[in-house]
Design a binder for this molecule. Structure first.
Ligand code: SAM
Length: 216
């Protein structure tokens, strides 16, 4: 059996009891990435793991990376039960999980997505209407401007630049958007900027998400 667990978005206080029990079960543990604040919990509890960060370095495209992760997990699962852990919740923006669920007998065991601390940090309620659209697969024609818009995967200046141009098709250049970094952790940061400034040399990383408030 492949147990797919989510490690939450911030520190270990976000781990669910079910996830902690699985992590401490002694089953082989595979991490999509070790670049995650929860790594301290694993080190502290002497839980061994194999992370796939080296696979990201090996390939030019995300598709190739995910293919290798999926194939490795499937091969390892032939030897016995194992755990595949992702940041946040496994069902939010985790391509390899979608494939593993479709192609194997995988079981999902919770985790808090980055969306939860985003709601808290921005004081927004998704019931008012929320869109989440990947920066790497963005379609401005699909924007519903009266809804909250959350755009993950803004890793670098080029992605921010492309996103800015797309957003300018719908919003005014001076529209205020928020750069949210590491929500839910002790290094969380919110920076409100005008849309035209979005690619103006802010440090962006793999914990950066853009928030666009609803148009009045
Ligand atoms: C591939 S998605 C994985 C999301 C993860 N499965 C989850 O549920 O949190 C990674 C993207 O989520 C966003 N993200 C993850 N953690 C974050 C955090 N603490 N604060 C803001 N954005 C975050 C970033 O945009 C990042 O590029």
């Amino acid at each position: 059996m492949i147990y797919i667990v989510g490690l939450g978005a911030g520190d270990e206080s976000q781990l669910t009891l079910g996830v902690v029990a699985k992590l401490k079960s002694g089953l082989p543990l595979f991490l999509r990435t070790a670049e995650h604040p929860m790594i301290n919990f694993l080190e502290k509890n002497e839980i061994e793991y194999r992370a796939f960060d080296d696979v990201y370095m090996k390939h030019e495209t995300f598709e190739a990376v995910y293919e290798e992760i999926i194939e490795t997990i499937k091969e390892e699962a032939k030897k016995g039960d194992l755990i595949y852990a992702t940041p946040g919740h496994p069902c939010v923006a985790e391509y390899a999980v979608k494939r593993l669920v479709a192609e194997t007998e995988a079981v999902i065991i919770g985790g808090q997505s980055f969306l939860d601390p985003m709601f808290a940090a921005l004081a927004i309620d998704p019931i008012e209407g929320l869109q989440v659209m990947d920066a790497l697969d963005f379609d401005y024609e699909a924007i519903a401007p009266k809804q909250h818009l959350i755009v993950p995967q803004v890793f670098d200046q080029l992605t921010a630049s492309n996103l800015k141009l797309d957003l300018m098709e719908v919003y005014d250049d001076e529209y205020e958007v928020c750069i949210v970094k590491a929500a839910g952790s002790n290094i969380a940061e919110l920076k409100w900027v005008k849309l035209y400034e979005l690619d103006h040399n802010f440090k962006l990383d793999n914990l950066t998400t853009i928030y666009v408030p609803p148009m009045k």
